[in-house]
Write a protein that binds this ligand. Sequence first.
Ligand SMILES: NC(=O)c1ccc[n+]([C@@H]2O[C@H](COP(=O)([O-])OP(=O)(O)OC[C@H]3O[C@@H](n4cnc5c(N)ncnc54)[C@H](O)[C@@H]3O)[C@@H](O)[C@H]2O)c1
Ligand SMILES: [Zn+2]
Length: 367
Amino acid sequence: MKRLKVELGERSYPIVIGRDLLDRLPEELMARGITPKNKLFIITDHQVGPIYLERMESILQAADYQTGANVISAGEQSKSLHVLEEITGSALQAGLDRKSVFIALGGGVVGDLAGFCAATYMRGVPFVQVPTTLLAHDSSVGGKVAVNHPLGKNIIGAFHQPSLVLYDTETLKTLPPREIYAGFAEVLKHGLIWSESFTQWLEEHAEELLALQSPFIDEAIYQGCLIKSQVVSEDETEQGKRAILNLGHTFGHALESLSQYGGLIHGEAVALGMVAAALLAERIGVCPESEQVANRTIALLKKFHLPVRMDDQFTPEQVLEAMRHDKKGSGGKLVFVLPTRVGAVDIFHDVKETDVLEVLKMSKEVS
Ligand SMILES: NC(=O)c1ccc[n+]([C@@H]2O[C@H](COP(=O)([O-])OP(=O)(O)OC[C@H]3O[C@@H](n4cnc5c(N)ncnc54)[C@H](O)[C@@H]3O)[C@@H](O)[C@H]2O)c1
Ligand SMILES: [Zn+2]
C-alpha cells in the first residue's frame, strides 16, 4: 500500500493506493473524521455500478454507515447541468444534509460530476473519490471539478478538493483495454513534463504496466499523483505554473470537441496533442534536442498502444478553429505547453498560427 499527501494547507488530503483497498474504506473515512453520523451518497455510472456498488455499500453498511446511491449513464454526456440537477434531486429526496458526504465511484466523468455536485450541494459538502480508471489518477488530484456546457468542455466548474482518494488498483482489472491505454496517456504526460527518470522507468516497464502488474501499476499511479500534486501545491488555482499540466491538451481538447466527445477518448486526444506539441517545439526551436524529444515521445506513446498520427477527418484549419474556442486560450490568444527536453516543459504565449497549421499538417504524416 502506498500513501501520499496532497499538500494544500487546511485542504490537504491523503491518496491511498493499493490492492483490495475497498475493504479499508470505513477505516480511511474514520481517519478523515467522516463517521456513521455523516450520511453517504455514492455516485457511480451504469458500467461501474453493477461491478462495485453493491460491494461498496455492504462494506460501508457493515461499518454502520447509512448510504444512498445514484447511478448515472456512463460517458462524457453525463457531465451536464441536467444530470447535476437529477443527482441534486435524488440527494434531497434521500435526505442528505450539510453534513453528508458524496462518494465518487468511477472514472474521471463520475469524479468531475460528483465533485461538482458536492461543491454546489447546499453551498458545498465534502466528497471522497474512489477512482476506478487509470486516467482518474489525474482527475483525483487538484480539485478541479466541472460539468460541460454545449459550447465547451468543463466550462461550468469549481475548485473543490476531495477529503480522501482511495485507489483500489484491483478495480482497474475490469477496465476495457482501450481505457487502460488512454489512462496511460496522462501517466506518460506526468513523466514528460516533470521527470526524465520516471519517463525512462515507464519506457522500461511498459509490459508489466500494461498487464497492470503490482507493484509496477501502484508505483506508476503513485508517481503520477505525486508529480501532479507537487505542481498543484505550488499553484492551486492555475495562476501560472499549473498550466504545464496541459501538455497536449490545447490540441487534445480541440480534437476531442471536433469528434463530439465520441470518436476519440480523452487520453487518445491528449496523446495526439503531445505529439503535436513535440513537433511544434521542434519547429519553433525551443527544444535543443527536439528531434530526440519528438521521436522519444512518439515511441513511448506507441509502446502504450496510443495513437500518434492525426486522422484525416479534420483539416488543420478546423483543428485551429476549435483550439481558438477552447477556454485554455487566454484573451483570445493560444497558449502552448511545449517540451524543452524530456522531463521538462515551458509555457509559450506567442506561437504563430502558421507554425501551428504546419505542425497540424505534419501530424498527419507521423508514423
Ligand atoms: N478534474 C481533472 O483534473 C481532470 C483531469 C483529467 C481528466 N478529467 C476528466 O476525466 C474524464 C475522463 O475520465 P475517464 O477516462 O476515467 O472516463 P470515464 O469516467 O468515462 O470512464 C471511462 C469508461 O470506463 C468505464 N469504467 C470506469 N471504471 C471501470 C472499471 N473499473 N471497470 C470497467 N469499466 C469501467 C466507465 O463506465 C466509462 O465507460 C473527462 O471528462 C475529463 O475531462 C478531469
Ligand atoms: Zn487530461
